[in-house]
Design a protein around this ligand. Sequence first.
Ligand SMILES: [Zn+2]
Length: 188
Amino acid sequence: MGPGTDTTLASAAQDECGFVQNVYGQRVSWKSRLPIRMFITAEAAPNEAVIRSAAQIWEEAAGMTLFDIVTEGDLTFEGSKDGRNGIYWNPQWSKSPNYQAITTLYWSGNQIIESDMAVNSKYYHFYIENPELTSDLHLRSLLIHEFGHVLGLKHRSALSTVMWPVLNAGTKRDVLTDADRKALKCEY
Ligand SMILES: [Zn+2]
């Protein structure tokens, strides 16, 4: 969509389809700016294999390459709006302990221009296959949910979906449901 007045943009309001919408009611997504290059920071690097497999779940459903995940050695990032999409493990979590992770999106018009994923490694312990403690979170499930946010998907509570706001401890939620696939296809 080219430049337009508020009126013409407003007339282009779309079905939400599970996506974050801008003030004009348009879904925001990466549009043709794919794949999304994301940097894994040093603290997150030990989990690279799980990170990649979580991203792959969405790519298989989309039938295309959505992510270009790269590691950058010791480089650390600012996090918020620094022009890079980062995947962070944050051991100094200063937000609410209740948040398991936070993914932020920045967009212009209906185009996402940056996304950062921060995992709350201060208050949560994660597992790959079998939890050690009943409070442990299944990492792959958590990351699939966060990658959904990176793509522009928002929380959903009405349907069985990986975009439920909270991942229960000791629970795997690492398979996309029909609702998730259908939502994804609205933009990718
Ligand atoms: Zn979420």
